[in-house]
Design a protein around this ligand. Structure first.
Ligand code: GLC
Length: 485
């Protein structure tokens, strides 16, 4: 079906798969434009050309367009590159000074100390490119703080002169924990009227807060699940922006992310040892056996294999898991980890592996192939995130019949139905403490031993469908609403 909607969308993100990504943001920022384009939406993507992006592999070519971007008393040269795949053009902003680096945001010492300048250049260059090409765009769709200043630059201009703004803007919040907060001494680089540095726009406890400015100035704001859209209005989840968000509550929407099942389906997945489907689960058992062998774990068919595939950061509830670990290890289970992240968490997980070598395996690495094998071969998937705007791993795990245990928050609440409720697909614990967490794990282990109930649960989980099509339809409706307002 093709929807004839004449909206031209400029889709801006600091990460887009397959070019460069650090997590869920990059995946969604690839899947959504693709799904929108399939529905007939005319969409262009734009992102930075990081040094780590393989230009040859993706046929990324210079367009010949060069822009001089001013930061008050200095000027930087930006070159525009592009590539087109499946009818969607992606523009890339190249800068030797700011983007010719291996990583997206950090090096081994932490955040790059010029991240403000880097994404300031990125956003000024985008507005510069719109004007240079005289693009007629209906909506500029911004994602997270790295593009949240665009609504401001579209109105106030990038060079100290007001701009006639014909574009509408949507800002999607993927994670409110990262807001782009910087020293106010850098404000002059933005070349915005001083009035923009007021608490009504960019000022935040004496600093510049990029997300705050975007939330206030965008025509509409959305987050990536209906529950998280409500939660961020509360002090507990608002990360000090709940007041700002409440002022905009009439224009805050929640649209659940979809996932690309073309990449994540056990019946066609080429990474896993044996394909399987709802009608024939025998392959799942083979995947478990292979996974246990691969990780040098004893092959035990009836011992629950519990996995966690995650960025290793505090958001992901690792502290709660560590606190519960001694108790967990009293049970006849195996626990496996896959992911990288903050050094402290990586060390703690390695330590667990040393203490319980027969039951715990940690793969501190980023590997797509292992991720698929973990989802396919495990019985239970742990996702005790303290907050979760949407989350993807629980959705992947369910598709592979691996039952999630998660905290009842954000996108986890919107995607998992708690056992034994009607249509249940996983387990949700209600209170963020070790008692409630361990209690849910114990309950899940009881159900695991009731083979008929467990198989029914697996099949219901595998049937869940969080498709990109549904997500795209909801964004189209939101775009239409923004345009007509
Ligand atoms: C962020 C959020 C995650 C969400 C993803 C894509 O990584 O933490 O919950 O799924 O963005 O929107």
């Amino acid at each position: 079906m093709c929807y004839k909607v004449r909206v031209k969308i400029l889709f801006v993100s600091s990460e887009i798969v397959p070019f460069a990504s650090s997590g869920g943001l990059g995946d969604v920022c690839a899947a959504l434009p693709k799904a929108l384009s399939r529905k007939g939406i005319n969409i262009i993507k734009i992102m930075p050309l990081y040094g780590c992006i393989d230009r040859e592999k993706y046929f990324i070519e210079p367009t010949g367009i060069e822009l001089n971007i001013s930061f008050s008393n200095s000027t930087y040269l930006v070159k525009i590159y592009s590539q087109t795949y499946e009818n969607i053009t992606t523009y890339f902003i190249q800068s030797d000074v700011f983007f010719n680096r291996e990583n997206l945001y950090v090096d081994e010492y932490g955040d790059y100390d010029d991240n403000f300048e880097r994404f300031l250049l990125f956003q000024k260059a985008i507005v510069g490119l719109i004007d240079f090409l005289n693009l007629s765009i209906d909506i500029v769709h911004c994602n997270d703080w790295q593009s949240s200043l665009i609504p401001i630059f579209l109105k106030y201009g990038t060079q100290g002169k007001l701009r006639l703004c014909n574009e509408k803007t949507l800002l999607t919040i993927h994670n409110l924990a990262h807001q782009g907060v910087f020293d106010s001494k850098k404000f002059y680089l933005m070349q915005l009227p001083l009035s923009c540095f007021s608490d009504k726009i960019l000022e935040f406890y004496g600093n510049i807060n990029c997300f705050k400015g975007g939330i206030i100035e965008a025509d509409a704001v959305n987050t990536v699940s209906p529950s998280y859209a409500k939660e961020i209005l509360l002090e507990k989840y608002g990360n000090s922006l709940d007041g700002v968000l409440n002022n905009r509550s009439d224009n805050i929407y929640g649209i659940l992310n979809g996932v690309d099942y073309e990449r994540w389906s056990p019946n066609s997945d080429s990474y896993i040892d044996c394909n399987f489907s709802i009608n024939d689960l025998s392959g799942k058992l083979k995947c478990k056996k292979e996974l246990q062998s691969l990780l040098n774990l004893e092959h035990k068919e009836n011992v629950p294999l519990i996995s966690m595939v995650s960025r290793l950061t505090s958001q992901k509830g690792l502290d709660l898991l560590f606190e519960s670990f001694d108790e967990l290890m009293k049970k006849d289970i195996q626990i496996i980890f896959l992911g990288t992240g903050e050094q402290w968490y990586e060390d703690q997980i390695r330590d667990l592996e040393h203490r319980w070598p027969e039951k715990v395996v940690a793969k501190i690495e980023f590997s797509s192939s292992l991720a698929h094998k973990f989802f396919a071969g495990s019985d239970i998937f742990l996702m005790p995130s303290t907050f979760e705007p949407c989350g993807q791993s629980q959705i992947f795990s369910m598709r592979y019949g691996t039952i999630p245990i998660a905290y009842n928050t954000g996108g986890l609440s919107d995607t998992i139905i708690d056992y034994p409720r009607k249509g249940s697909t996983g387990f949700l614990f209600e209170t963020f403490n070790t008692f409630s967490f361990l209690d849910k794990i114990n309950y899940s282990l009881d159900v695991y031993n009731q083979k008929i109930n467990w198989t029914k649960l697996i099949k219901r989980a595998m049937k869940c469908n969080f498709s990109v099509d549904q997500m795209a339809l909801e964004y189209i409706n939101l775009y239409k609403k923004i345009i007509s307002n």
